[in-house]
Design a protein around this ligand. Structure first.
Ligand code: NAP
Length: 310
């Protein structure tokens, strides 16, 4: 069901993901109209750009919502400004630079009575819900996650990705968002190893060993230095067959046989979900994937590896 009239939405942070996904999917959505941008650089064609949310709202008080696509650091002040102006808010993953910041803006949105949608785009991948349903009736024996991509391709020249903090967990949190949705029980981190390039302040690779609350082992491997074919796989062994999610959970197979899960793009679903949240006036803020990242930094053994170069 579409909204009665399109929501007048602004985009903040016109970088790679805003241009690759948000702008085209807002344009294709019957529920949203892109009316403004908050940017330090160039606004999208045909849309007025403003340096700050305050400036935008002074000029365009009828903006109703904002979708925030800046890097995770600094989200609290942006979200607070948006809420102060009465805007509903959607944010890119990962939600923030720190857990306390994410908790603070979740509380702020609740107190303001505004909708906050902390998105996990990989959870909208086509195979996620079919996988969740398939697993719900089976006994899971073990899970293996391999999420390996080339940072040079997906984050070309982005300094923020190597600031102290997120590193390889920026894509890795997408895998965590998938497994925390499809697996039936909560996960507990037992051990982790984080590998830091000798010339960087953030990890380039990580291995995480979880068990779920019934003792099922879940092995997770992240790598940000994988050239050639990229790997975004989740393999689940059950008492009744082997489930494989591949290509970031957009594809699914059972015992090697592909299952048709459709091909609706993640960001089309994300904006439909945001429209549903607006229609029902409910927030959607699940920080559990981010909690696992925090646990990895708490518990993880740190290893220094060779220098990283672009
Ligand atoms: P990006 O290309 O570096 O763009 C981020 C934009 O945010 C910049 O262009 C800039 O917008 C604004 N910005 C504000 N403060 C900034 C700062 N301190 N450093 C850099 N930019 C700043 O990053 P991105 O790849 O689009 O990623 C943005 C968010 O989307 C991240 O949370 C990321 O995890 C998520 N995401 C990225 C991808 C991907 O494939 N790259 C996929 C899914 C999700 P203006 O130029 O308008 O000022």
């Amino acid at each position: 069901m579409t909204l009665a009239s399109p929501t007048r939405i602004a985009l903040a942070g016109i970088g790679k993901i805003a241009r690759d996904q948000h702008i085209p999917h807002i344009a294709a959505s019957p529920d949203f109209e892109l009316v403004a941008a908050v940017t330090g650089h160039a606004a999208p064609d045909g849309v007025p750009g403003f340096k700050t949310i305050d400036e935008m709202m002074a000029a365009m008080p009828d903006v109703q919502a904002i979708s925030i696509c800046t890097p995770p650091r600094g989200r609290l002040s942006l979200i607070q400004q948006a809420l102060d102006h009465g805007l509903d808010v959607m944010i890119e993953k990962p939600p923030a630079a720190t857990l306390s910041e994410a908790q603070a803006f979740a509380r702020a949105a609740e107190q303001a009575g505004k909708v906050l949608f902390a998105t996990w785009h990989s959870r909208e991948a086509a195979a996620v819900e079919p996988a969740r349903q398939w697993l719900a009736t089976r006994t899971i024996r073990r899970v293996a996650v391999n999420w390996k991509e080339d940072v040079r391709v997906w984050h070309p020249g982005q300094a923020w990705i190597w600031e102290p903090g997120i590193g390889v967990f920026d894509p890795g949190i997408n895998a965590l968002s998938v497994i925390t949705r499809i697996l039936p029980r909560p996960l507990l981190l037992d051990a982790a190893e984080l590998r830091f390039p000798s010339n960087r302040d953030a990890p380039i690779a990580a291995d995480l060993d979880f068990t779920d609350t019934a003792g099922v082992p879940v092995r997770v491997e992240f790598d940000f230095d994988q050239t050639g074919p990229q790997t975004w796989d989740v393999d689940v062994e059950t008492d009744d067959g082997q489930l494989k999610l591949s290509m970031g959970a957009s594809q699914m197979a059972v015992d090697g046989t592909p299952v048709d899960v459709g091909d609706e793009p993640e960001y089309a679903r994300l904006y439909r979900r945001f429209a549903e949240c607006l229609r029902d006036r409910v927030s959607d803020v699940d920080l559990s994937p981010f909690v696992h990242v925090n646990d990895a930094f708490l518990l993880g053994r740190r290893v220094t590896v060779g220098e990283f170069s672009e």
